[in-house]
Design a protein around this ligand. Structure first.
Ligand SMILES: [Zn+2]
Ligand SMILES: [Zn+2]
Length: 375
């Protein structure tokens, strides 16, 4: 197992609190790998950057960001190597930063004119990984619901692979997700309805979009739980035995495409592209947020907007909450349909699948739903 090898190579028995060189080492390695990947993207932009994202990039800012990540990897690597007995984490970060610099660093010129065409979304993977880690990892480390749970809990690498698996083929995944909506709106699109909704204040439109999306999500999500064939795909998302932000990435491609693709269908009838884009941004943050290992909460908001503890109960293996809490934005949708479960102030004791053995690796899980039962 690669995860075990990484643990043996980089781990040690020394304390991992602040000031021990552990976090500086982890961050140095993380930034070093990101910087190296980013410089490789600069060398092969046609192959390794997403045509959908290119028009939105400011190269000046991106280059500054790459430079900052290289410098951070080196400084944090030095800090870690000076504080920690086992130096390999800090050295790894510095080595990747050095390799990125030797390859030209942030100033690698882009000489070719980029065309549309097949591409791997390495840029999207690196950027989203950096963004999500910066948003969610600090709060999980500082205020965890489960303080004993490490960032490098069992199966963390599997979830990174899932994150990779939706980001690298971004052209394919976004095409599949948009397919049902684009196909159906050309047939059923309603200009009158769109105009009527478009005349409402922006915030009202946005709220309605979240509501329509969540009602659709509720129906699809419940179907994924109830129909045995669909459940085999969705079971992968429920196989995580501990939750944090990246555990939310663990989902079978079919599950992802069904939920996200079908959610968009009713939205396409009534909402403008601008509102749908805003919603997609919101759902990415909110759905990731619900999986975080984060204890603090705003009590008065809990009945109106889903908090991590609510979705954690959806993931428990405890009998009391099986097939509960299907909504992803508004908990009162579950109340309305009788699937609400939210005990006071308690977090679940156990997560995952109680009686369903699932293969351990990414490919095993990908083929699992298609295999005949009893295998
Ligand atoms: Zn579910
Ligand atoms: Zn989930």
């Amino acid at each position: 197992m690669l995860e075990q090898k990484i643990k043996e190579m980089f781990g040690d028995e020394d304390p991992t609190g602040f000031g021990t060189g552990w976090w500086s080492g982890v961050l140095s390695a993380f930034f070093g790998v990101l910087a190296f990947g980013a410089v490789v993207c600069l060398h092969f932009p046609q192959l390794l950057s997403s045509p959908e994202l290119r028009p939105h990039y400011s190269m000046a800012i991106l280059r500054m960001l790459i430079q900052a990540v290289i410098v951070a990897a080196i400084i944090l690597g030095l800090v870690s190597a000076s504080l920690r007995r086992k130096k390999i984490l800090g050295l790894t970060g510095m080595l990747f930063a050095l390799a990125a610099t030797l390859l030209g660093g942030a100033s690698v010129p882009i000489n070719e004119t980029l065309r549309d065409g097949p591409a791997i979304g390495l840029d999207w993977f690196l950027l989203d990984m950096l963004l999500m880690t910066l948003i969610f990892s600090p709060i999980e480390v500082l205020w965890p619901a489960y303080p004993k749970q490490s960032v490098f809990r069992p199966e963390w690498l599997l979830d990174v692979v899932y994150f990779l698996s939706t980001h690298l083929p971004i052209r394919i995944t976004s095409f599949l997700i948009l397919l049902p909506a684009t196909q159906l709106t050309s047939v059923l699109g309603n200009a009158g309805l769109q105009a009527a909704v478009g005349s409402l204040p922006w915030l009202v439109q946005f709220f309605l979009a979240v509501l329509v999306a969540d009602l659709a999500e509720y129906a699809i999500h419940r179907a994924l739980h109830v129909w045995p064939f669909l459940w085999r795909f969705h079971a992968i998302h429920h196989s995580s035995k501990a939750l944090d932000w990246i555990a939310g990435s663990r989902a079978h491609l079919v599950d992802d495409v069904l939920i996200r693709g079908l959610m968009l269908v009713p939205m396409m009838f009534a909402f403008s592209q601008n509102i749908i884009t805003a919603y997609l941004l919101f759902v990415t943050i909110h759905a990731t947020w619900e999986h975080t290992n984060f204890a603090p909460t705003v009590k008065w908001l809990e009945p109106y907007l889903i908090s991590p503890r609510f979705h954690h109960w959806h993931h428990t293996s405890q009998q009391e909450a099986i097939d509960k809490n299907f909504a992803i934005h508004f908990p009162w949708i579950d109340k309305l349909f009788g699937t609400y479960y939210y005990p006071d102030d308690r977090w679940p004791d156990t997560y995952g699948l109680a009686n369903e053995p699932i293969p351990a690796g990414f490919w095993g899980q990908t083929f699992y739903p298609f295999r005949s039962r009893g295998m």
